[in-house]
Design a binder for this molecule. Structure first.
Ligand code: IDP
Length: 162
């Protein structure tokens, strides 16, 4: 699903975006999806799920030994999450900019965290931080058959062919 046979010259990239349990509880799912849609990125996978502790410790393997990790685990398992895979050129880096820094108190207005959060432990959304990380996280949260390779009708208006 990573290759687009009909569009061989258009480099593409994927990232994992998740609306965390606070974002779901606060009914921010639509607004968060809207930001990625309006930027022009393409949604290729989406589901709601309850994260297990095992999945989370794999997902957060870089912070699993940190003293605050039990708080992260409690937060992230407190309710359902929405996980998504978005596709587009440079989508990993662009998404991180759209999401803003980890602590909403330091995030600029206009970013998702800057607009919807002010505490590091309730920061509403996850975005992969590298292309390698994104591939790993997508593999953790999604089965291959849950991701769709489809052609959006506006792609000629969001991507200039070269
Ligand atoms: P990121 O989500 O911006 O990539 P990471 O450093 O990878 O940030 O941390 C993962 C998640 O762990 C954060 O989004 C946040 O929910 C939580 N977290 C990070 N640092 C703290 C902390 O000091 N206290 C509580 N939760 C934290």
């Amino acid at each position: 699903w990573l290759t687009l046979p009909s569009l061989p010259v258009r480099a593409t990239e994927h990232t994992l975006i998740a609306v965390k349990p606070d974002g779901v509880q606060r009914r921010l799912v639509g607004q968060i999806i809207h930001r990625f849609e309006q930027r022009g990125f393409k949604l290729v996978g989406l589901k709601m799920m309850q994260a297990s502790e095992d999945l989370l410790s794999e997902h957060y393997r870089e912070i699993v030994k940190k003293p605050f990790y039990p708080l992260v685990r409690a937060y992230m398992t407190a309710g359902p999450v929405i996980v998504m895979v978005w596709e587009g050129s440079n989508v990993v880096q662009s998404s991180r900019k759209m999401v803003g820094p980890t602590n909403g108190a330091e995030a600029q207005a206009g970013t998702i965290r800057g607009d919807f959060s002010f505490h590091v432990g309730r920061n509403v959304v996850h975005a992969s931080d590298s292309t390698e990380g994104a591939q790993r996280e997508i593999g953790l949260w999604f089965q291959e058959n849950e991701l769709l390779n489809w052609e959006s009708c506006d792609q000629d208006w969001t991507i200039e062919a070269n």
